[in-house]
Design a protein around this ligand. Sequence first.
Ligand SMILES: Cc1cc2nc3c(=O)[nH]c(=O)nc-3n(C[C@H](O)[C@H](O)[C@H](O)COP(=O)(O)O)c2cc1C
Length: 189
Amino acid sequence: MSIAYHSGYGHTAVIAEAVRAGAAEAGAEVRLIKVDEITDEQWETLDRSDAIVFGSPTYMGTASGAFHVFAEESSKRWFQPAWKDKLAAGFTNSASKSGDKLHTLQFFQILAGQHGMHWVNLGLHPGWNSSTGSENDLNRLGFFAGAAARTNSDEGPEAVHKADVATAGHLGRRVTERAKVFVRGRVAA
Ligand SMILES: Cc1cc2nc3c(=O)[nH]c(=O)nc-3n(C[C@H](O)[C@H](O)[C@H](O)COP(=O)(O)O)c2cc1C
């Protein structure tokens, strides 16, 4: 599995690391790839991966400019098509509770769709939506499309919320488990 992500100020990098840790715990060989520094070798790593998880902060209601540059550059893979039938998933982080994060996740879904990839959603019920819930619940922000995090804009990466880190870890484990089933199914088919 590869995690192709951008983080301008280090907050989203904490979420990327949590996805990596969850995936590794579930048995994946994982590569973290910073899309703003991506090398030819790392593009080839993406081409060899069974699953690619996209990650970016939400800037101005969408993925960051650096992530959009990467998405455009991936059009070379689209022509081949090099990423067809891989699994895909996504995560984002921003300062506001909503902050239009859903739009970033939907952008990732469309990017995956354009490549002919298969989207893996978060697979968790929403947390923190009843009188017995709390902000420490898994999926506390109630997203289905991917893992979402919110971090105060005036604090550093150490302030990333533990519940969001745990939710991202869940996504990493889930994509790994789905990839195992998908790859074994392809061999058996
Ligand atoms: C240019 C810019 C645009 C932003 N736009 C949004 C936004 O649309 N919604 C939001 O909730 N937060 C927004 N933020 C806040 C960031 O998403 C937030 O600080 C996030 O933790 C940054 O992650 P990073 O350190 O990985 O870059 C914006 C920040 C910047 C710098």
